[in-house]
Design a protein around this ligand. Structure first.
Ligand code: F6R
Length: 608
C-alpha cells in the first residue's frame, strides 16, 4: 500500500509530484507529503488526510526544486499524523517508502543506542537514519544505499534523496513494485506506470531485489548482490488511460456502469465470436490431465474464485482446492499428483496472493494468473497470464474487476471442460451465446433496477446490521454483497450459506434485521425459499434478488424483490453482481460516506 513517486529533470517538480500522487491515491490516503532540493537544501511539505490538504499546504507554502520525491500513505506503523507522514528526513537524507521494514524495532534500538534521535513512530524512519549514519561514516550515496539495504528486512519500495546530490534519486524494491519512467532530460520513479502516465509511457520495471540510481539523463540498475543489471524497458498502456469520473459522482458509480463495456472487451480475448465457442488458444494452461487445481486470492477476488471453483468442478469435473491467500501461504498444503495453480488479483500486487503463488511455484506447479494489471508482479511471475481487460479500477471497492474476473473464470472453466471431454459441445455453445449477450443485458438491467435499488437503499441505511444468504454460486455472491456493503457504508453485514442459517445465525433474526436473499431460479431455489420462509416466520425483513422465474415462484411478500432476466447459469453470478454492487453503492451514498476512498482501506494491499 502507499504510493511513491520521484522526479528529476529541468522542470519545477512540486505540482507534478502532486499530480502523480493523485493517480496513486487509490493506494492510501491517510496522509501525503513531498520533498524537494532547492539551492542545495532539502525542503518538505506534509499534511494529514487526503492529497487536497497537501495541495492547500503547498499553495500557502510553495516548494521550489527540480528534483523531488512524494508519498501518499496507508498507515502501518504509527498513527496517520503529519509527524508520521513521509518523506522522513535525517541529516540531509529524505526517504519515502511503501511496505513494511520488519526488523525496524532492533534497528531503531541499535541506532538510538548510538545516539540517534527519532522523530516519528514509523518503521520507515530507520531507513533515513541508517542512510544518514552510513553517510556520516564517509560512505558515498551508492555505498550507503547498499549498506542500508543489507540491513533492512521486509517488503519495500523506496525513493531516496541526498541533499548533497541535487541531480539524483535512488530507488529500491523488495516486494512492492517500482517503475522507472524515461523522459527527455528527465526521469521518474513511481509505484506504477499509471502514476507516470502524464509524463512518459516508456517504463523500466525493477526486478525484486533491484536498486537504481536515476539522474536526468541516466538510469543505473543494480541487483541484490550489487552487480550492475540490465532490465528491458517497455512501452506501457498506462498513458492511454483517462483517470477521471466522467459524468459520474464517484469512480465506483462509473465503474459499475462501465461493466457492460469492459466485460465485452474481456470476453473478446477468450471467445471466438464467429465460431460461438471458447478459444482454446486462450488456454495457456493445460487442464486435460490435472487431478486438482489449487486456487487462491484475497477479498473480492477470492469470492470470484469461489464461483470459479463451482464452475470448474461442475463443467470440467476438476476438483478445486481454494483458500484465502493469507491462509493458503502458511498452510503448507501438500500438493501431490498432477496439479496446477490459479491466482486471481485485480492489482497483481497483493502480498499474500503473491506469496501463495511463490509457494506453488517452489512446489513446481504450473501457475496461471487472472490479473487486471498486465505489468504487475503476479502477472510477471506467472507461467500463463489470463488478463481481465477492465482498465484501471480506481474506486477502492472492486466492481468491474470482479465481473471481469468472473468472465475470465467462466471461459477458463469451459476451456477445461472441453479439454477434459466433460462439457458437451451444445452446452458450451449455449453458455458462450449467453456470455456474448451478457454485456447488453447489463445495460438493460442497470436501467431497470437502479431506481428501485436507490429507493430501497434509503430504507437499508436505517439498519445497523444486514444479513446476506445464498446457496451455490449465490453463496459466494452473498459474501461479496456483505463485503461490499460493510466496506463502503460501514453497516455491519454478514453472509451465510442459506442452509447454515438454522445452525446458529437464525438467532439474530428479528424485525431489525434485513435479510438479503440471493436466489435465482436454479437447482437450489426451492431450498433457499424454505430458508427464506424461516426468516419471514421470525419477523426478518426480506429483500429478494432473483430472476423472473424465481419472482413468479417466490412464496412471500418481501420488503423488495429485485428481478433480473432468466439467463444461462454461467451468466447468473455475473449479472447478480449488479444489484449487489448497487445496493452497497446507493446505501453508502445515502449515508454520506466516502464511497471511493472508504476509511482505513487502500486499493493495493502490498503488506501482509
Ligand atoms: C473489496 C476489494 C478487496 C480486493 C482484495 C484483493 O472490494 O476490492 O477485497 O478484492 O484486496 O485485491 P487484488 O484483487 O488487487 O488482489
Amino acid at each position: 500500500m502507499c504510493g511513491i513517486v520521484g522526479m528529476v529533470g529541468q522542470n519545477q517538480v512540486a505540482a507534478l509530484l502532486v499530480d502523480a500522487l493523485k493517480r496513486l491515491e487509490y493506494r492510501g490516503y491517510d496522509s501525503a507529503g513531498i520533498a524537494t532540493i532547492s539551492d542545495g537544501q532539502l525542503g518538505r511539505r506534509r499534511a494529514e488526510g487526503k492529497l487536497v490538504n497537501l495541495e492547500t499546504r503547498l499553495k500557502a507554502e510553495p516548494l521550489a526544486g527540480t528534483v523531488g520525491i512524494g508519498h501518499t500513505r496507508w498507515a502501518t506503523h504509527g498513527a496517520p499524523t503529519e509527524r508520521n507522514a513521509h518523506p522522513h528526513f535525517c541529516n540531509g537524507v529524505a526517504v519515502v517508502h511503501n511496505g513494511i521494514i520488519e526488523n525496524f524495532a532492533p534497528l531503531r534500538a541499535e541506532l538510538i543506542a548510538k545516539g540517534a534521535e527519532f522523530h516519528s513512530q514509523t518503521d520507515t524512519e530507520v531507513v533515513a537514519q541508517l542512510l544518514a549514519a552510513y553517510r556520516a561514516e564517509g560512505l558515498a550515496p551508492r555505498e550507503a544505499m547498499q549498506a542500508m539495504l543489507s540491513r533492512v528486512e521486509g517488503a519495500y519500495a523506496l525513493a531516496v534523496l541526498f541533499e548533497d546530490q541535487p541531480e539524483m534519486i535512488l530507488g529500491a524494491r523488495s516486494g512492492p513494485p517500482l517503475a522507472v519512467g524515461h523522459g527527455k532530460g528527465e526521469m521518474f520513479l513511481g509505484s506504477d506506470a499509471i502514476a507516470l502516465a502524464p509524463f512518459t509511457d516508456k517504463i523500466t520495471y525493477l526486478d525484486d531485489g533491484d536498486w537504481a540510481v536515476i539522474t536526468p539523463h541516466s538510469l543505473e540498475i543494480y541487483d541484490q548482490s550489487g552487480a550492475p543489471a540490465e532490465r528491458q524497458s517497455q512501452i506501457t498502456q498506462g498513458a492511454t488511460y483517462v483517470v477521471d469520473k466522467g459524468n459520474h459522482r464517484h469512480f465506483m458509480e462509473k465503474e459499475i456502469h462501465e461493466q457492460s463495456e469492459v466485460i465485452s472487451h474481456t470476453l473478446s480475448n477468450y471467445i471466438d465470436f464467429a465460431e460461438g465457442r471458447v478459444r482454446l488458444d486462450s488456454a495457456q494452461l493445460d487442464f486435460t490431465n490435472l487431478d486438482r487445481l489449487a486456487m487462491s486470492a484475497c477479498g473480492t477476488a477470492y469470492y470470484a474464485g469461489l464461483i470459479g471453483k463451482c464452475w470448474f468442478e461442475r463443467f470440467a469435473r476438476l476438483p478445486v482446492e481454494i483458500d484465502v491467500a493469507s491462509e493458503f501461504r502458511y498452510r503448507e498444503m501438500p500438493l501431490p499428483g498432477r496439479m496446477a495453480a490459479l491466482f486471481i488479483s485485480q492489482s497483481g500486487e497483493t502480498a499474500d496472493t503473491l506469496a501463495s503463488l511463490r509457494y506453488c511455484r517452489d512446489n513446481k506447479l504450473a501457475i496461471g494468473a487472472v490479473v487486471n494489471v498486465r505489468e504487475s508482479t503476479i502477472a510477471r511471475e506467472a507461467d500463463a497470464v489470463f488478463p481481465t481487460l477492465a482498465g484501471p479500477e480506481i474506486g477502492v471497492a472492486s466492481t468491474k474487476a470482479f465481473t471481469c474476473q468472473l468472465s475470465v473464470l467462466a471461459a477458463l472453466a469451459m476451456v477445461a471442460g472441453r479439454q477434459r471431454g466433460e462439457l458437451p459441445e451444445a452446452e458450451e455453445r449455449a453458455m458462450v451465446q449467453a456470455l456474448i449477450e451478457a454485456p447488453r443485458l447489463f445495460n438493460e438491467v442497470i436501467r431497470k433496477i437502479e431506481p428501485q435499488i436507490e429507493a430501497l437503499s434509503r430504507d437499508l441505511a436505517r439498519f445497523k446490521d444486514v444479513l446476506y444468504l445464498g446457496r451455490g454460486t449465490s453463496f459466494a455472491m452473498a459474501l461479496e454483497g456483505a463485503l461490499k456493503l460493510k466496506e463502503i457504508s460501514y453497516i455491519h453485514a454478514e453472509a451465510y450459506a442459506a442452509g447454515e442459517l438454522k445452525h446458529g445465525p437464525i438467532a439474530l433474526i428479528d424485525e431489525n434485521m434485513p435479510v438479503i436473499v440471493i436466489a435465482p431460479h436454479d437447482r437450489h431455489f426451492e431450498k433457499t425459499m424454505s430458508n427464506m420462509q424461516e426468516v419471514a416466520a421470525r419477523g426478518g425483513q426480506i429483500v429478494l434478488i432473483t430472476d423472473e422465474a424465481g419472482a413468479a415462484a417466490a412464496p412471500l411478500e418481501t420488503m423488495a424483490t429485485i428481478v433480473l432476466p432468466v439467463v444461462n447459469e454461467i451468466v447468473t453470478p455475473i449479472l447478480h453482481a449488479l444489484p449487489v454492487q448497487l445496493i452497497a453503492y446507493h446505501t453508502a451514498v445515502f449515508m454520506g460516506t466516502d464511497v471511493d476512498q472508504p476509511r482505513n482501506l487502500a486499493k493495493s494491499v502490498t503488506v501482509e
